[in-house]
Design a protein around this ligand. Structure first.
Ligand SMILES: Cc1cc2nc3c(=O)[nH]c(=O)nc-3n(C[C@H](O)[C@H](O)[C@H](O)COP(=O)(O)OP(=O)(O)OC[C@H]3O[C@@H](n4cnc5c(N)ncnc54)[C@H](O)[C@@H]3O)c2cc1C
Length: 141
C-alpha cells in the first residue's frame, strides 16, 4: 500500500479509539485521514475486549457516550454492510451482600436520572429473564 506524502490528519493506532476517530472525522466531512497501525487493525487491547457496551457509567457524560455507542453499533451493519454481531441484551448486576446491594441501588438511581431503564429485580424475576439463573441452558436470546 502506498502511504500518501501529505494528509490533513494522521491517526496513530488502529484500535477502537483510532478507528472511531477516523470514522467520525469522515462523518464530519474530513476525509483526508490516514490511520497508521503498526501491526493489524484492532490487534491491541481492542482484540481482547469482550465487546460489552455497558450503559451505566460513572458520570452522565460517560453514560451518554455509552448510549451513543450502543445506538451507533446497532446501525453499523446496515450502514457498512459489515456484520458486527452486536446485540442489545441488557445486563444484570448481582449483589451478594447488603453493602453491594446498597451500592448497586445507588447506581440504579443514578442511571434512572441519566435516562437509563434500570430496575431492581428479585431472584425470581431474574430467573424469568435469564434461563441460566434457573439452571436450564441459555437460550442465546
Ligand atoms: C480482557 C479485556 C476485556 C475488555 N472488555 C471490554 C468490554 O467488554 N467493553 C469495553 O468497553 N472495553 C473492554 N475492554 C477495554 C477495551 O478493550 C479498551 O479500553 C480499548 O480496546 C482500548 O482501545 P484503544 O484503541 O485505546 O487501544 P488499542 O486497542 O490497544 O489500540 C492501540 C493500537 O495502536 C497500535 N500502536 C501502538 N503503537 C503504535 C505505533 N507507534 N504506530 C502505529 N500503531 C501503533 C497498536 O498496535 C494497537 O492496535 C477490555 C479490555 C481487556 C484487556
Amino acid at each position: 500500500m502506498t502511504i500518501p506524502s501529505k494528509t490533513d490528519v494522521v491517526i496513530i493506532g488502529g484500535g477502537i479509539a483510532g478507528c472511531s476517530i477516523a470514522y467520525h472525522l469522515v462523518k464530519l466531512g474530513i476525509s483526508d485521514v490516514v490511520l497508521c497501525e503498526r501491526k493489524q487493525l484492532t490487534c491491541g487491547t481492542t482484540w481482547h475486549a469482550a465487546g460489552l457496551v455497558t450503559q451505566l457509567r460513572a458520570t452522565q457524560r460517560m453514560t451518554e457516550l455509552a448510549q451513543y455507542t450502543g445506538e451507533l453499533f446497532g446501525k453499523l451493519e446496515a450502514e457498512t454492510g459489515q456484520a458486527t454481531g452486536f446485540r442489545r441484551n441488557g445486563s444484570l448486576r448481582l449483589a451478594k451482600t447488603p453493602a453491594r446491594y446498597e451500592e448497586l441501588a445507588r447506581g440504579a438511581s443514578m442511571g434512572r436520572n441519566f435516562g437509563l431503564p434500570v430496575e431492581p429485580l428479585t431472584p425470581d424475576q431474574i430467573k424469568e429473564r435469564w434461563s441460566a439463573a434457573s439452571g436450564s441452558p441459555m437460550t442465546g436470546r
